[in-house]
Design a protein around this ligand. Structure first.
Ligand SMILES: Nc1ncnc2c1ncn2[C@@H]1O[C@H](COP(=O)(O)OP(=O)(O)OP(=O)(O)O)[C@@H](O)[C@H]1O
Ligand SMILES: [Mg+2]
Length: 428
């Protein structure tokens, strides 16, 4: 039970309303409204800019969410320092760490920014005073869950507090052109409010994700009022901080072993960028009456579907096999275009025959075992050939539609999963 005290909002919203019986807003013709061009502030951190759609939009409210300890503060103190060096005063407000701790981290990251101001504060009204005094171009609030406003009596981190504080920052950003970045912890449902309750208030929502046991971190855009969503920035967590990964496909394939059964390369698309990732599968004889299916990085239900299609349409005996699948690099793949590579990896492991080393896979698998066309095939094939793949198995239906096949790549069109499994495995 969370106590909710309903108090009137401190100030009227700037979006209109009525005052003394007079309506404040006036409708205008679209053609008469002049847009003063959304000029973005460029940021010398390409991966971060990419996720935002090409730079920071002044006056926007950005939420960066992520699991505890994933590296949110590390990334944002770096971004704040870059902003300070390129666009002037930047304020970093921390409610979680002392100035000494932040300084230690900044030293570790080798940051040097004269215009970066730090303060430890959890009171919203005090934060606003600091902002009025310093007049920064950007403010980072780490984190929204530790921030509280005196307007509400509930404790910091409650839904009321988190919402109220975020709305106040939204008003501030819209009114003054200041960019505000809020940090939010992803939390389980409950008394503590996670970033989910804020998604509709803010302009942009970015999630920092990754497997804590792996070096790679993905910054994923899930909502963006000023750019394409589902763009992904790839970083590597090193002791000198979050380092941008310029060529993620190369990085993800770096430790690949060729000619080992149970591995297949998928050409996926994250946002607008093609990514080549290695999918691994292992089938081993089960000692349980209900064999296990474990999916790491791909959807569990998708894995069940693919194993069912493999048993029924490819006649693979999987009823007595435990099946484990893994996406290398701690990546999470949601698009169906990776189906074919997962299915081929499983078939390769169960049949104990490696996949051709120069082969990559793109295709969605349907319930009758057919391969279905996927989007942006041209882009995917270009990336595959760039990374040295000579052959790519694609759905036959995609071949007919005036597909541009890059030089040096053989696109093998297959109608069904069975056909694809036959062409992709080396003979014993
Ligand atoms: N010296 C170091 N070398 C390499 N990595 C380090 C070092 N110190 C910390 N880290 C990494 O930084 C991570 C913590 O980063 P950070 O504090 O930015 O995360 P956060 O998302 O802000 O966490 P929180 O949710 O606690 O605020 C640790 O999990 C660790 O992996
Ligand atoms: Mg932190």
């Amino acid at each position: 039970m969370v106590e909710q005290i309903i108090s009137p909002p401190a100030e009227t919203a700037k979006t209109g309303g009525r005052e003394g019986g007079r309506v404040l807003s006036t409708p205008q013709r679209l053609s008469e409204i002049t847009a003063d061009g959304l000029t973005r502030l460029p940021l010398p951190m390409a991966e971060f800019s990419r996720v935002l759609g090409g730079g920071i939009v002044p006056g926007s409210l950005i939420l960066v969410g992520g699991d505890p300890g994933i590296g949110k503060s590390t990334l944002l103190v770096d971004v704040a320092a870059l902003m300070a060096n390129t666009h002037g005063a930047t304020l970093y407000i921390s409610g979680e760490e002392s100035l000494r701790q932040i300084k230690m981290r900044a030293d570790r990251l080798g940051l040097d920014a004269k215009e970066l101001f730090l303060v430890t504060e959890t009171n919203l009204e005090a934060m606003f005073e600091h902002i009025a005094e310093i007049k920064p171009t950007m403010v980072v609030v780490d984190s929204i869950q530790t921030t509280y406003t005196e307007e509400s009596k509930s404790s910091a981190g409650s839904v009321t507090q988190v919402r109220r504080c975020a709305s106040r920052f939204q008003e501030l950003a819209k009114g003054s052109g200041l960019t505000v970045i809020l940090v939010g912890h992803v939390t389980k449902e409950g008394a503590i409010a996670g970033p989910r309750v804020l998604e509709h208030i803010v302009d942009t929502v970015l999630y920092l994700e990754g497997d804590p046991f792996h070096r790679y971190r993905l910054l994923r855009g899930v909502k963006n009022r000023f750019g394409a969503t589902s763009e992904v920035g790839v970083f590597e967590m090193l002791d000198k901080g979050m380092v941008e990964v310029q060529n993620p496909s190369e990085a993800f394939l770096a430790e690949r072993q060729v000619n080992v059964p149970g591995s297949a390369i998928a050409v996926t698309i994250e946002g607008t960028r093609p990514l080549l990732v290695e999918i691994q599968a292992l089938g081993s004889t089960s000692t349980f009456s209900n064999p296990r299916r474990t999916s790491n990085g791909i959807d569990y239900n998708r894995l069940l579907l693919l194993t069912a299609v493999l048993s029924r349409r490819v006649n693979l005996k999987l009823h007595d096999k435990d099946i484990f699948t893994n996406v290398i690099g701690g990546l999470q793949i949601t698009e169906p275009a990776a189906d074919l590579s997962v299915a081929v990896a499983i078939a390769s492991s169960v049949k104990d025959r490696p996949v051709h080393a120069d082969m990559a896979f793109v295709g969605e698998v349907g319930l009758s075992g057919e391969l279905r066309a996927v989007s942006q095939l041209d882009t995917r094939l270009k990336e595959a050939v760039k990374l040295g793949f000579r052959r790519c198995v694609i759905p036959q239906s995609a071949r007919k539609r005036g597909l541009q096949i890059p030089d040096g790549l053989e696109a093998i069109g297959c109608r069904s999963l069975r056909e694809a499994v036959d062409v992709s495995l080396l003979s014993k």
